[in-house]
Design a protein around this ligand. Structure first.
Ligand code: ATR
Length: 291
């Protein structure tokens, strides 16, 4: 049992909603496993009225809270209330992790790097020299796309239902990183061309979440030995991953990104090496308990 004393440092998460978050369970298990004197608590910071987020960040300073995670819908807006935002988070345009250092609040984005660390450790895949297909053009796609581009892939295709959104994201990152990004819609011949010979396809949309439909992707066109990846973790094996596994592809589940983005945050807050297996087991237990 986590022991809270007068010297325990507090880490928290801001979100709306926040009750579903697995981060408290995951981090408290990690603190306990390494006897780190920290405790992680959720705070529901509503999207409306807009002034609430600003006041919540002021409270972090007033209460000397040591660090925090930021989740939907505050990841972009929080940047203007921090003292510093690191260059990676600035380029991505979102912060998911904050550390208080000598009273200064510094923002980071660990989502993309967490995704890639998980992909490497859990599926043995690195994007360098590979063809990568990213489905979606929202916040999660931004983080993953940016980190993938930094690894010098051979080809990247951004697939999205709304063409204007993927085109705008592709143009923005092309300017920042001087890398040609292809785009394709979520159906038809262009989608088939994007799938052809790809080494990694990742779903960054909410399609596949319990009750939210199923992705229709021409998996048969992927390269032999391709990795099929999903950031949805409820269910842990989405219909997309199930289909991939049945076809003999390597699969990579959504809990991997959650755990590894958290692991980088853990390192930033504690300076300790994160107990990744403990974090994943705690998150899995919490997921099973929700059923
Ligand atoms: P997040 O920040 O979690 O990534 P988001 O910014 O709302 O969330 O982005 C959601 C992504 O999922 C978008 O790419 C969205 O496609 P559109 O740009 O066309 O809206 C995609 N998405 C969500 N539900 C979808 C559905 N039922 N079919 C196709 N795409 C969907």
């Amino acid at each position: 049992m986590l022991k809270i004393t007068g010297s325990t440092k507090v880490i928290c998460i801001f979100g709306d909603p926040v009750a579903h978050s697995l981060s408290p369970v995951m981090h408290n298990a990690a603190f306990e496993a390494l006897s780190v004197d920290m405790a992680y608590v959720p705070f529901h910071v509503p999207a409306q009225p807009p002034g609430d987020l600003k006041r919540a960040v002021s409270a972090i300073r007033a209460l000397s809270i040591h660090g925090l995670n930021i989740t939907i819908p505050h990841k972009e807006k929080v940047m203007s209330y921090l003292d510093e935002v690191d260059s990676h988070a600035l380029a991505v345009g979102a912060v998911n992790t904050v550390v208080s250092r000598s009273g200064s609040l510094i923002g980071y984005n660990t989502d993309g790097e967490g995704y890639l660390q998980g992909l490497k450790q859990d599926a043995g895949f690195t994007p360098r020299g590979k063809k990568v297909v990213i489905i979606g053009a929202g916040g999660a796609a931004r983080s993953i796309l940016y980190s993938v581009l930094l690894k010098k892939p051979k080809e990247v295709v951004l697939v999205n239902r709304t063409a204007a959104r993927s085109a705008s994201l592709a143009r923005e990152f092309e300017r920042k990183l001087a890398f040609k990004i292809q785009t394709a819609p979520l159906d038809g011949d262009a989608l088939r061309r994007s799938a052809q010979g790809a080494h990694l396809v990742v779903n960054t949309t909410s399609i596949g979440l319990s009750g939210r439909g199923e992705l229709d992707f021409p998996m048969e066109l992927l390269a032999d030995g391709a990795v099929v990846s999903d950031i949805v973790y409820s269910p842990l094996e989405t219909a997309f991953l199930k289909k991939a596994r049945a076809r003999g592809f390597k699969t990579h589940d959504g809990l991997s990104m959650l755990v590894h983005q958290g692991a980088i945050g853990f390192k930033l807050w504690t300076g300790r090496r994160p107990p990744v297996a403990v974090m994943r087991a705690a998150a899995l237990d919490a997921l099973a308990a929700k059923k």
